[in-house]
Design a protein around this ligand. Structure first.
Ligand SMILES: Cc1cc2nc3c(=O)[nH]c(=O)nc-3n(C[C@H](O)[C@H](O)[C@H](O)COP(=O)(O)OP(=O)(O)OC[C@H]3O[C@@H](n4cnc5c(N)ncnc54)[C@H](O)[C@@H]3O)c2cc1C
Length: 436
């Protein structure tokens, strides 16, 4: 529920990071690992390519990016102009005349990937502790004790990947908080009716302030506009502002024309650090991951391997599991099935025939799967991010009460105990009418 749930969902090709940085190395490596990882974990991945678009005056910057990308080892980069560019992307604004084309840039679903990665780890024997905020770490018996209001865990090693809070966690064992400025990125998400409006991820020419505000399809067929880059004091402030929305409207018009802004179904924001490089720093029997801003999603598979190799250097014996299963079945997919396959499934279990989310076509059977599969959904947002129930045009207006009932039934709790997103986010306060 940190940055990994609210970002542009892009697997960047790797032409942006400065050559020689960890970002450059791990972005390009991670991007090459992504397709196979998504196939194994049953997560959406589409290599649609990206266009960094510009005017004649911006051509020099595009050439610089091209060179940077080639130095970083990105394959297939080239400059496209004129007719060819218009044919590739007919909706570009009239002032756009050239672009850097990155064919290996892709889109994915970051929160489904995160859930699937955790689920697969659990299927292979990993234990997940939820609501376990680490508030202190104490050296003990040649290792550590991780302290939380929810309990304590003994650890021989620990990996601090607490996102924007990793700096604080690093200080618990005497390290330095190297996490710096935080910037909010606000987005507008448009209805799936806009599927196909643009074919690629469209970036403006970058400036010293960053990659700029993009227009991109999502793997689920929506159109995503954003992010802004606004400095925030509070590392958890994901508010969306009128200024942010106005900036999105103004800047996306410069790259893509006739965007149907009125088809917006929701807006949201994510927070990231915007430093030149990641910090992946070994300590005494621990590793701290700080400043993991963009392209942290694209680099994630390569970051994992990098951290694993660091653990091996500590002397930890890493033995591959004989029966490791890299595969995970997604808990939604009915709407993409053929009518025959759907009928077969409904014959086996009639719950797949009861549609709960009408916007996204999600059945009761899929919601039950999401609650029962690792890591089981425990609240409305958990169901939403596993099945898409509540992700559509009505944003859960119709399906939330039914999802709430299913959660209460499956978890054996009262409806009043069901939350939107854990903690105290209860939805119902009690009955207004007693049953007769
Ligand atoms: C607006 C925006 C756009 C972006 N776009 C892209 C993109 O298109 N492509 C790309 O590659 N990257 C992108 N990124 C970057 C990417 O999202 C991040 O690099 C990545 O998600 C960081 O993952 P993380 O696991 O380090 O942090 P997070 O996803 O934030 O996870 C940190 C976790 O640590 C937990 N935590 C915090 N403190 C504690 C504690 N004390 N104890 C226990 N747990 C704790 C949090 O609850 C959270 O679950 C974007 C980021 C943003 C914000």
């Amino acid at each position: 529920m940190g940055a990994s749930k609210a970002n542009s969902a892009l697997v960047h090709a790797g032409y942006n990071p400065k050559p020689g940085t960890l970002k450059a190395l791990l972005n390009v490596r991670g991007s090459e690992m992504f397709e196979e990882l998504c196939a194994e974990l049953g997560v959406g991945y589409k290599r649609i390519g990206a266009l960094v678009v510009g005017t004649e005056d911006e051509m020099d910057i595009l050439h610089e990016l091209l060179e940077r990308g080639r130095t970083n080892g990105v394959r297939g980069l080239r400059i496209v102009c004129g007719e060819e560019l218009r044919e590739m992307e007919p909706m570009l604004s009239d002032n756009i005349s050239c672009a850097l084309y990155a064919p290996t840039s892709a889109i994915t679903c970051p929160y489904e990937l995160t859930v699937a990665a955790v689920g697969n780890a659990m299927d292979n024997g990993v234990e997940l502790r939820r609501d376990f905020k680490v508030t202190g770490i104490r050296p003990c018996d040649g290792g550590y004790e991780l302290i939380s209001p929810a309990g304590r865990i003994a650890a021989k090693y620990y990996i601090n990947s607490a996102g924007l809070h990793a700096g604080e966690v690093c200080t618990y064992t005497g390290g330095e908080d190297l996490q710096r400025t935080v910037r909010s990125g606000e987005y507008m998400l448009l209805d799936r009716e806009c599927a196909g409006f643009v074919r690629h991820t469209i970036f403006p020419t970058p400036t010293k302030h960053g990659k700029g505000i993009l227009v991109t399809p999502t793997v689920h067929g929506n159109l995503l506009l954003g992010p802004t880059s606004i400095e925030r004091e509070d590392k958890d402030d994901t508010s969306v502002t009128p200024e942010g929305i106005n900036e999105i409207l103004e800047k996306t018009r410069k790259t893509v024309k006739d965007i149907p802004y009125w088809k917006v179904i929701t807006s949201f924001a994510g927070l990231r650090s915007v430093d030149e490089d990641f910090i992946i720093k070994p300590g005494e029997r621990c590793i701290h991951l700080m400043r993991i801003g963009s392209p942290g999603l694209s680099a994630a598979p390569a970051i994992a391997v990098y951290v694993k190799d660091m653990l091996a250097e500590f002397g930890l014996e890493l033995v591959p599991k004989d029966n490791f299963n890299p595969y995970r079945k997604p808990c939604h997919g009915l709407s993409e099935m053929s009518p025959d396959d759907r009928n077969k499934l409904i014959k086996q279990n009639s719950k797949y025939g009861r549609i709960i989310c009408r916007c996204e076509g999600i059945s009761e059977g899929e919601i039950v799967d999401a609650i029962r599969m690792n890591p089981g959904a425990r609240d409305l947002d958990g169901v939403k991010r596993r099945t898409r129930a509540g992700m559509g045009r009505c944003q859960g207006g119709f399906c939330s009460p039914a999802v709430l009932e299913i959660l209460a039934r499956e978890l054996g709790i009262k409806p009043e105990e069901v939350t939107k997103s854990g903690g105290g986010s209860y939805i119902l306060v009690g009955k207004t009418k007693e049953e007769r």
